[in-house]
Design a protein around this ligand. Structure first.
Ligand SMILES: [Fe+2]
Length: 287
C-alpha cells in the first residue's frame, strides 16, 4: 500500500498538521495537531483537531503516534485531546528536557519533575527508528530553532517541523531560548543532503503576497535551488548574519507565553484550582 499524507492548515496560527498512513484501515501518525486557543477570552476549542478526528475515523485509521516536531510557541498542541479521542502515544525528541529546563525557569515551574511526569509517552533518542504500522520511520534531531527540534522521516517523506519553510519564505527563527542559527544551518544541510526528490512537509506557511495561497509541501531539490535563506551557495556565516538581523526585527509570537508552558507538558492543561478553573502563568517584565 502507498503511504498517504493528509494535511490540515489552521489559518489562525498558520500551522499545518499532517496525518500519514498506508491506506484505509491502517495505522497512522498525526504530526503537530492544533488546539484552538482564543487569547482574548482564554477559551480553548477543538474545531481544528476535530477535522483530524473526522479524517481518521472516515479512513478507519488506528492512531499509533502523536508526533510533535518541537515545543511550539505559536499554537497549543491538541495531542492530549486527540489521544483521549483516538488513542496513540505522544512523542517528541528527548532534548525536550533542555527546553523544559529553560522554560521551567521562565515560568518558575522548574521544580515540577517534567521528565518523569509522563507528560510525553515517548522521547525519541537521536535518529531513533520506529514504525507507523508497516511504515518505517526515523526521528532525526534537527536543533537550531529550539534545542529539541525533531524531523520525522517516513519512507520518502519528511516532516521537517520548524527548520525549513517554503522556499520563498525561508527558514525558522533562532532567537528563542536555546535557539542557534549555526546549529539550524547544519541541521538544514542534513535535510538538504537527502535525495533530491524527497518530499518535505512543513509545519507553517506564511505566504508572501507574491504567492497568496498557503502551501506546505515541496521537494529537497526545490529547497536546494530556491530557498531564499539557505539555497545552494549560501554559506553558513552569510546565513547566520541574515538570521540574526532578521530575528532582531521579529516580535514574540502572539501565543508564545500561553503556548510554551502547555507544550513543554505535551499540551496537557494545568490541573484546575479549587474553583474548578484552570489558569496559565504569565511572567511579567522578564522576557
Ligand atoms: Fe516553532
Amino acid at each position: 500500500m502507498m503511504r498517504q499524507v493528509a494535511s490540515f492548515f489552521d489559518p489562525v496560527t498558520a500551522t499545518v498538521s499532517h496525518v500519514i498512513h498506508a491506506g484505509i484501515g491502517t495505522a497512522c501518525a498525526i504530526v503537530d495537531p492544533v488546539l484552538d486557543y482564543d487569547n482574548r477570552s482564554g477559551r480553548t476549542a477543538t474545531s481544528s483537531a476535530d477535522r483530524i478526528v473526522e479524517y481518521v475515523e472516515s479512513h478507519q485509521l488506528q492512531v499509533q503516534w502523536l508526533l510533535e516536531t518541537h515545543a511550539h510557541a505559536d499554537h497549543v498542541s491538541a495531542a492530549p485531546y486527540l489521544r483521549g479521542k483516538l488513542g496513540g502515544r505522544i512523542a517528541i525528541g528527548e532534548r525536550i528536557r533542555d527546553v523544559q529546563m529553560l522554560f521551567g525557569q521562565v515560568y518558575n515551574i522548574r521544580k515540577t519533575p517534567y521528565g518523569i511526569a509522563r507528560d510525553f509517552d515517548h522521547l525519541f533518542g537521536p535518529d531513533e527508528e520506529f514504525m507507523i504500522g508497516e511504515l518505517p520511520a526515523r526521528a532525526w534531531h534537527v536543533p537550531g530553532h529550539t534545542p529539541a527540534d525533531t524531523a520525522y522521516l517516513v519512507e520518502d517523506v519528511v516532516f521537517v517541523g520548524d527548520t525549513l519553510f517554503m522556499p520563498d519564505v525561508g527558514t525558522a527563527r533562532c532567537d528563542f531560548p536555546g535557539g542557534d542559527a549555526s546549529t539550524l544551518y547544519r541541521s538544514i544541510q542534513r535535510i538538504l543532503a537527502l535525495p533530491a526528490s524527497t518530499q518535505l512537509y512543513l509545519c507553517h506557511d506564511y505566504p508572501p503576497s507574491t504567492r497568496g495561497q498557503a502551501a506546505w509541501s515541496c521537494s529537497v531539490e526545490e529547497q536546494r535551488t530556491g530557498n531564499v535563506h539557505v539555497r545552494h551557495g549560501i554559506a553558513e556565516n552569510e546565513f547566520i548574519a541574515m538570521r540574526k538581523a532578521r530575528d532582531a526585527t521579529l516580535d514574540f509570537p502572539v501565543l508564545m507565553l500561553p503556548a510554551v508552558q502547555l507544550n513543554i507538558r505535551a499540551g496537557n492543561l494545568p490541573q484546575p484550582e479549587d474553583n474548578g478553573v484552570r489558569y496559565l502563568k504569565i511572567p511579567l517584565d522578564l522576557l
